[in-house]
Design a protein around this ligand. Structure first.
Ligand SMILES: [Cu+2]
Length: 330
């Protein structure tokens, strides 16, 4: 499977694959022991899981990076910056967890050791140079260890390569408007996809086009390309946020904020407006479709005259790919 055709939802796909692998492994182990009945049962369950996994795999091709039920951690990173953010979280936890545990233990020790019953006469000590040096220098050193990679990450976030494409996103109450600042500019609006419009849009697949996240017109960008994103708003403050890209930028009326992303894998990515902007704040999702350069070029040319048609053609091509990937995967 080429990098470009990697299933989009790696988390879901891997979980499913692990489950099937485990069942197959158990099945093999049981078969080795010669327990025919167990083998039959397990073969049966493997077949069932195989079928389910087959179904999921075919959907996986169309699946997208989006929040999943009971998710506690990040969405898979689709950009280097998101990867770095995830790394920094794990790194800072390596300090936060021991410090929290240490403080908790010290507290418990003080509570038990120096309680009135065990220590009726309190010490009158008010200064201890050694301990004061330790509890000043210790935190300073820890903060330095946190500050250096934190500034490195900030610098990386503000140092994109020369962007090849500029897209301006304007937040409105309550949808997004996009303007491609290409030779011949292209602009369109992206509104929440209503259930009633699913069929006409060919977006009945709830896994790929989740309720409250899918939109009518996705932002289409080429893979492995630095995209400069200008974010602004026309009425109140909005915020353009895409978790898988590690991007969140406020759109402020009268101001042009700038951010960027460089998506490393193709797929359909979902985000939401992340600034409380009014009663339909929850209903102005963001969808970005990352495709190959050729597909992007074709789409852009067609979108100038017919955005709906261009999106439909693109969708049909991607669906076709997913079908052949599934067949090849079998
Ligand atoms: Cu908003």
């Amino acid at each position: 499977m080429s990098a470009n055709n990697r299933p989009i939802n790696r988390q879901g796909y891997n979980r499913e694959k692990m489950l099937v692998d485990r069942i197959i492994a158990t099945n093999k182990a049981v078969a080795g022991k010669g327990s025919a009945m167990k083998k039959q049962i397990l073969t049966g369950s493997a077949v069932v899981f195989g079928a389910v996994s087959g179904l999921l795999a075919s959907a996986a091709g169309a699946l997208a990076d989006k929040p999943v039920d009971w998710q506690l951690s990040w969405q898979d990173a689709a950009t280097k910056i998101a990867d770095q953010i995830h790394w920094f979280e794990r790194y800072s936890l390596m300090f936060i967890i021991p410090v929290t545990v240490l403080v908790l233990l010290l507290l418990l020790w003080c509570i038990v050791r120096f309680r009135k019953g065990a220590n009726p006469v309190a010490s009158k000590t008010s200064h201890n140079t050694t301990i004061e040096v330790i509890w000043t220098l210790g935190p300073v050193i820890i903060l330095l260890f946190l500050a250096i990679p934190s500034f490195q990450l900030l610098t990386a976030q503000y140092s994109p390569d020369e962007p090849k494409l500029t897209v301006k996103a304007t937040g409105y109450q309550w949808y997004w408007g996009y303007e491609y600042q290409t030779e011949e500019p292209l602009s369109f609006d992206a509104l929440l996809l209503k259930d009633a419009d699913r069929e006409a849009a060919g977006k009945q697949d709830l896994a790929a086009y989740p309720r409250l996240l899918a939109v009518d017109n996705e932002v289409v960008v080429p893979v492995d390309t630095t995209v400069r994103l200008l974010v602004t708003a026309a009425d109140v403050i909005h915020s353009w946020a895409m978790p898988a890209f590690g991007v969140k930028m406020d759109g402020v009326p009268g101001r042009n904020n700038e951010t960027w992303f460089k998506a490393a894998r193709e797929g359909l990515y979902y985000g939401q407006c992340s600034e409380l902007c009014g009663k339909d704040h929850a209903y102005m999702p963001i969808a970005v479709r990352v495709v190959s350069q050729e597909r992007y070029d074709t789409w852009l040319a067609a979108a100038r005259t017919d955005i709906t048609g261009a999106n439909k053609t693109l969708m049909a091509e991607i669906e076709n790919d997913n079908k052949s990937v599934t067949v090849a995967g079998n």
